[in-house]
Design a protein around this ligand. Structure first.
Ligand code: C2E
Ligand code: CA
Ligand code: CA
Length: 495
């Protein structure tokens, strides 16, 4: 023992042991720190993966809300406003239907990429749900408006969509809503109000931009109450059809009566279709209302025929009806039951719906062609029809949109459009109807252009079926009448 204690090696041994221990501790500490750093890195990666939408790489809605919390707090601190842009890609569903889900995904990915590129690297953008995107803009209304213009531009360039069957370059439009903090909303309802502004654009037909307006909230409450009442309106027999004649531009005889729906609301009085058709479409009610319109119009045509009046009957068909597999079959059975010849029935379909070009609408068009029913392309000039697309449709008639007729006397552009529509339609063996004719000057210009039929307040407003008979008889007797309408004239079938 004494030897060990007095040995000169002992301190060295102890030093060696201590150094070894220290090395082990340092190593362990280093390993622990490395693991901790790796862990942090992994959890950061995980958080990022969690916060990103797997399709587009944009933020998830949850992460977007966190970022918005931060932006608003920061904005409060700096005295700076914050805007939220809420964007919905218009007619996205029909792209999915026509080209498949994969093609729809390509569109969303491309749009997400463009939004990020246009708005810059620091942009905070999220995919909220389906085809809806939201963007945080640090700044006031002017900055928000500028960002909205950039998003619109991002949408505007064509997108090449590739599916198994085909590849096609498509042009999209967006509906964009903007709400600003603190001007329009508090933090808790900022996103909701931007979405509300977006929906107001949608209701007006899409492809546009709107800022939040307190009246929108009022309008929403109003449409909720209208919607509530609309549910039982068909059963309570509150709908009525009015009819507006179409007049042959040369003989001035009545060729056709267009059925236009009205809702006799127990409290609000007569409600026009502009107030409830889009609501009914949104809540899937247009199918049953549309069927009722067809049935009533054909019953009326039967009554007129029995009275010896044999003009054509025209009915407006919504996109929702046209997309149904059994639309043509239902129409066929009503035509048979009421003894209405198919060639005397016209489906008025708006240009935008006719252009949808989905498998479902194309199939319906084929069936209508086979039945011999005429199709009239309504509101023509508002979409982007080409000769090629028009040729594919069984359309016998184009209706020049009222917007061009209103401007006819004052705008060379409107005259040019109307003239081009007439020439294009005639080249395709179609008739042209001008709607919304209110003045003699408009009438004269349209007749000079070669328009085939005219419709508008200058001749007659929409009226109940009985009134139409009285009106025709009265006008018939007036020597100085602007025209000589005759319900007793059988218009040439356009088959
Ligand atoms: P539309 O098919 O373009 O019908 C023409 C609209 O313009 C009608 O409005 C008509 O009353 C109005 N109008 C006709 N001539 C003139 C004129 O000279 N001046 C002015 N300022 N207006 C004129 P209405 O009846 O309010 O219908 C609005 C829209 O609602 C229709 O536009 C149509 O798209 C839709 N609609 C009406 N009935 C039905 C229906 O039964 N089913 C469907 N799906 N849509 C319908
Ligand atoms: Ca129409
Ligand atoms: Ca129209």
């Amino acid at each position: 023992m004494e030897f060990i204690r007095s040995s000169p090696l002992v301190p060295w041994l102890l030093l060696f042991l201590a150094a070894g221990l220290a090395a082990v501790v340092v190593y362990l500490l280093w390993r622990w720190q490395r693991t901790a750093m790796r862990l942090a890195e992994v959890s950061r990666e995980l958080a990022q993966a969690y916060a990103r939408d797997s399709l587009t790489g944009l933020l998830t809605p949850r992460q977007f809300e966190r970022e918005l919390d931060h932006a608003v707090l920061h904005g409060d601190f700096e005295g700076q406003a914050v805007c939220v842009l809420y964007t919905d890609v218009d007619h996205f569903r029909s792209t999915n239907e026509a080209f498949g889900k994969q093609a729809g995904d390509q569109v969303l990915q491309e749009l997400a990429k463009r939004i990020q590129t246009r708005l810059g690297s620091g942009i905070i953008a999220a995919r909220m749900v389906g085809n809806e995107f939201a963007v945080i803009v640090r700044g006031g209304l002017e900055t928000g408006r500028h960002a909205a213009a950039l998003v619109t531009a991002a949408c505007a360039a064509p997108i090449l969509v590739q599916s198994k069957a085909k590849s096609q370059s498509l042009i999209f439009t967006c509906s964009i809503g903007l709400a600003a903090y603190p001007e329009h909303a508090e933090r808790r309802n900022l996103v909701e109000r931007a979405a509300m502004a977006m929906r107001s654009v949608k209701l007006a037909g899409g492809d546009g931009f709107a800022e939040y307006d307190p009246l929108l909230a009022q309008a929403r409450r109003d449409s909720a109450s209208l919607m509530h009442d609309l549910r039982g309106a068909l059963e309570r027999q509150e709908f009525q059809l009015y009819y507006q004649p179409k007049i042959d531009a040369r003989s001035l005889q009545v060729t056709s009566a267009e059925a236009l729906i009205r809702w006799r609301h127990p409290k609000r009085g007569l409600v026009g279709p502009d107030k409830f058709i889009s609501l009914a479409e949104r809540y899937g009610m247009m199918q049953s209302i549309g069927r009722w319109v067809i049935e009533q119009a054909c019953l009326q045509a039967q009554i007129w025929r029995e009275q010896g009046l044999s003009m054509r009957i025209a009915v407006n068909i919504s996109g929702q009806q046209l997309r149904r597999d059994d639309f043509a079959e239902h129409l066929h059975s009503v035509l048979v039951q009421t003894g209405t010849p198919a060639a005397r029935f016209t489906c008025e379909i708006t240009e935008s719906v006719a252009l949808e070009n989905t498998a479902a609408t194309m199939l319906t068009f084929e069936k209508l062609r086979a039945m011999g029913v005429h199709v009239s392309i309504d509101d023509f000039g508002t979409g982007h029809s080409s000769l090629a697309t028009l040729r594919k449709l069984p359309a016998a008639e184009l209706k020049i949109d009222r917007a061009f007729v209103i401007d006819l006397e004052s705008s060379e552009h409107a005259q040019f459009i109307a003239n081009s529509v007439v020439r294009m339609a005639h080249a395709l063996d179609m008739r042209v109807v001008a709607e919304g004719v209110e003045t003699r000057d408009q009438r004269d210009l349209l007749v000079a252009m070669g328009c085939d039929e005219l419709q508008g307040y200058l001749f007659a407003k929409p009226m109940r079926a009985k009134e139409l008979g009285v009106w025709a008889a009265r006008e018939h007797e007036k020597a100085e009448a602007l025209f000589r309408p005759s319900l007793y004239f059988e218009s040439d079938p356009l088959a």
